[in-house]
Design a binder for this molecule. Structure first.
Ligand SMILES: *[C@@H]1O[C@H](CO)[C@@H](O)[C@H](O)[C@H]1NC(C)=O
Ligand SMILES: *[C@@H]1O[C@H](CO)[C@@H](O)[C@H](O)[C@H]1NC(C)=O
Length: 116
């Protein structure tokens, strides 16, 4: 756990230093995001990591929308993810969530920046 938290802290430090938090514009659309292993992996990570941090029980369904941008050795993804709430009634319809995930190109590690 410790190495992972320090890497997350490191990423936030970089953010603070460069002032490049969540830049707008220059996001590139990803066509057929469901068909990309890299995109689905990052989106599934977003749900799993959110479940871990927020103690929720969301179940990933599909990537509804995805955009990305390459910055400073990262691939930054912004997703609209459709997920079921495993804690809700079985008949509850899936909901959309917006998530931002960074993939560090060097080691392919994933970091959840925001999820709501
Ligand atoms: C991803 O797949 C799901 C169902 O398979 C579909 O509802 C959704 O529209 C797809 N997303 C895109 C952007 O193609
Ligand atoms: C989720 O987002 C997709 C794509 O933007 C949209 O077509 C769909 O209606 C949304 N679903 C819900 C439940 O809001």
């Amino acid at each position: 756990m410790a190495p992972k938290s320090s890497l997350t802290l490191f990423v936030f430090l970089i953010l603070a230093i460069t002032g490049k938090s969540l830049p707008h514009g220059d996001w590139r659309p990803i066509e057929n995001p469901n068909n990309s292993y890299e995109v689905v992996r990052a989106a599934q990570f977003a749900v799993a990591e959110h479940n871990r941090v927020a103690q929720t029980q969301l179940v990933f369904k599909t990537v509804e929308e995805a955009v990305w941008q390459p910055i400073d050795g990262t691939h930054r993804f912004q997703f609209v993810i459709s997920a079921m709430d495993g804690a809700a009634a079985a008949a509850a319809p899936p909901k959309n969530y917006t998530a931002i995930v960074w993939e560090i190109v060097e080691d392919l590690s994933l970091h959840l920046i925001s999820f709501h």
